[in-house]
Structures are given as structure tokens and as C-alpha cells.
Design a protein around this ligand. Structure first.
Ligand code: UT7
Length: 329
């Protein structure tokens, strides 16, 4: 079975910034509270005419250019998102058309904040099956479209953005995906959800009046699960591969709360310089956090060819997991 490696990365965030000080003028909150409880300073917000597929296309173009290939060289395209342009056609179809990728297939993958982690795994397995040579995995979310900006408990958390990773066979068996551990637990479904808009509660005047088309979260329940599960997934994955936190070059976690990442890193015995945190500048961009954090790790010289890297995420569902890679470029 061929190994699957990440061979290129592209990211996009919209230019407009929403700072904690802006939020102070919108809801009863403070820069100090947001910073202390979450680590967020600012987040990027898409212009009204920009949708998820627009950001996905921008990120995809950067990844393709970095690798020096055309969209027509791709075999498959996955878009990981909880904010598709619409339910159908899939955002993958919209992106495929805009990129001009010919004769490929693809689909959207929804696993809330674990979407991109799962997408990387699915993409890698398409390559490992030997049936695909170039799979583009995009994580893109326009969270600002499903946030109630009068609800201080959620509106401070999220931002918009996109990232794309190209996954290809690795000529060298030493590089690429080593192992993964994913787990879903639907008993936590009520803790974080967008209640209306689906078949259970179709959109109506009533659902809009009751703001059920926005994100609703029991923050503490999610926090408790995330702190426990992110560590447990990493610990188990590392243990069964005979790797310790000290052997890792980099820990790249979903960016939902600085305290969750810090707690995971501390328990794994990871020194701060190996833990990538950029929630301060982007907030929680849901499906885009892992590629955005990878970009920072690369540009800051903290992720280098040959490094062991663990990706970890926890999200609504609950969904959770971690994957271990040896970085290939
Ligand atoms: O990526 C998807 C997964 N999501 C997550 O991982 C999110 C996990 N949860 C969290 O990150 C945290 O629970 C939050 C950041 C959402 C909240 O932090 P917390 O430390 O759990 O605060 P809390 O919900 O316990 O609220 C503490 C207090 C409350 O006031 P009282 O009841 O103590 O008087 C809240 O009403 O803080 C209040 N509060 C705020 N105050 C100022 C809640 N939101 C705000 C706010 N500004 N924005």
C-alpha cells in the first residue's frame, strides 16, 4: 500500500477584521474576558457577497500554484465544511466547476470542528488505496453566517477562513500518514448544534424568530469533553506508535480555545515552542483551523521536513480524533 503525504498547502482568510474591541461595542463583553477565557484577539469576517466556495477556491488556487499543477491534474476534491453555500449541489461541485477541474469526483464532508481532520484521513486513504494520485482536501467555513451577533457566549468565538492540502502518494515510505484514531459520540449532540434548517426542523418564520438557525452551545459541556478527549486521542495514538510528546516536532490542534490546546500540550509534555497556537489572530474557523495553523508552523520554521506532527481535533457531534504524520516537505 503506498503511503500518502501532504505535498502542498494553501490558505485564504478574508481581509476584514473583527476585533475584541469591535465586539465590546456589539455585546456585553470585554477584551479582557475574551482574551483570558479563549485567547482570541481578532478574527477575519467574510464580506456579505463572499460564500464558503469563494474562500475554498482561493485556498485551492494557492495550493495548486505551490505544487505547480493545474486543477485538471486532480483526481478528487473534498470540501470539509459546516457552512456549505447551500445543501445541494455540494460545495465540492461548485469549487470543481470554478477551478475548471475536469473528470474528477468529490463531495462535502461534515464533522463540525473535526471536519478537516477527518478529510485529511479520507483523502489519504483514497491515495493509499492506489486509486487516486492527487486529492485536494479543502476546509472552509463562513461561520459568521450562522452566528448570532447578539449572543455573547458564541459570537466572540468564531471567524471565517479556508485552507487546502494536496495529498499524494509518497515515493519515500518514511513520509506521510502513519496512523490515525477517530471517534464519534452522538450522546453529546445537544451540547453544540444548529437546531433548525434541516429535516428535523425545517426553516420557518418561527425558527428564524427563535434564532434556531444559529449556533447554540453549552460551552462548559463542550469544554469538558474537549479537554479530556483531545488529550486521550493524542495519548492513545502516540502510545500505540511508541512515540512520546518529546519526539514530536509539532502539535497542531483545532483552535477552539487556547486553554484546551494548552491543557492537551501540558499533559503530553510538549514544550510551548512545539505547540502551534494562532487562535489569537483567527478565532475558531471550524474546518480551516488545521491548515491555517500548519501554514503558520511552516512560515515560522517550526514544522520541517522529517518532523513528526500530530493533528488533533474535537467538535460538535461529538466528533474527535488525532492523526500522526511525518512531514514530507
Ligand atoms: O470548536 C467547537 C468546539 N467548541 C469549543 O471547544 C468551545 C468550548 N467551550 C469554551 O471554549 C468555553 O466554555 C467558552 C469560551 C465558550 C466559555 O468560557 P467559560 O469559562 O466556560 O465561561 P462560562 O460559559 O462558564 O461563563 C462564565 C461567565 C458567565 O457569567 P456568570 O453566570 O458567571 O455570571 C457567562 O454569562 O461568563 C459569562 N460570559 C461572558 N462574559 C463576558 C459568557 N460569555 C461572555 C462574554 N463576555 N463573551
Amino acid at each position: 500500500m503506498p503511503k500518502a503525504k501532504i505535498s502542498a498547502l494553501g490558505c485564504y482568510v478574508p481581509p476584514r477584521l473583527l476585533t475584541n474591541f469591535d465586539l465590546e461595542k456589539m455585546v456585553d463583553t470585554s477584551n479582557e474576558w475574551i482574551l483570558e477565557r479563549t485567547g482570541i484577539v481578532e478574527r477575519h469576517i467574510a464580506a456579505p457577497d463572499v460564500a464558503t466556495s469563494d474562500m475554498a477556491v482561493e485556498a485551492a488556487r494557492v495550493a495548486l500554484a505551490q505544487r505547480g499543477i493545474e486543477a485538471s491534474d486532480l483526481d478528487a476534491l473534498l470540501v470539509c465544511t459546516v457552512t456549505p453555500d447551500m445543501y445541494f449541489p455540494s460545495t465540492a461541485c461548485l469549487v470543481q466547476h470554478r477551478l475548471g477541474a475536469k473528470k474528477i469526483w468529490g463531495f462535502d464532508l461534515i464533522a463540525a470542528c473535526s471536519s478537516f481532520l477527518y478529510g485529511m484521513g479520507v483523502g489519504a486513504h483514497l491515495v493509499m488505496a492506489g486509486t487516486h494520485k492527487k486529492v485536494l482536501v479543502i476546509g472552509a467555513d463562513t461561520m459568521s453566517r450562522i452566528i448570532d451577533y447578539t449572543d455573547r457566549s458564541t459570537c466572540i468565538l468564531f471567524g471565517d477562513g479556508a485552507g487546502a492540502m494536496l495529498i499524494e502518494p509518497s515515493e519515500d515510505d518514511n513520509y506521510g500518514l502513519i496512523d490515525f484514531l477517530y471517534e464519534i459520540d452522538g450522546s453529546g449532540g445537544d451540547a453544540l448544534k444548529m437546531p433548525a434548517g434541516g429535516s428535523r426542523m425545517p426553516p420557518s418564520h418561527e425558527t428564524v424568530d427563535r434564532k434556531l438557525h444559529y449556533v447554540h452551545q453549552d460551552g462548559q459541556a463542550v469544554f469538558k469533553y474537549a479537554v479530556r478527549k483531545m488529550y486521550e486521542a493524542c495519548r492513545e495514538l502516540l502510545a500505540r506508535n511508541n512515540v512520546t510528546g518529546k519526539d514530536l516536532g509539532c502539535l497542531i490542534c483545532h483552535q477552539a480555545n487556547r486553554r484546551i490546546i494548552q491543557a492537551t500540550a501540558d499533559r503530553l509534555g510538549m514544550p510551548p515552542e512545539k505547540v502551534i497556537i494562532n487562535i489569537d489572530r483567527y478565532g475558531n474557523t471550524t474546518s480551516a483551523t488545521l491548515p491555517l495553523a500548519t501554514r503558520d508552523a511552516l512560515t515560522q520554521g517550526r514544522l520541517k521536513k522529517g518532523d513528526l506532527v500530530v493533528y488533533a481535533a474535537v467538535g460538535a457531534g461529538f466528533t474527535a480524533g488525532a492523526s500522526l504524520w511525518r512531514w514530507a516537505y
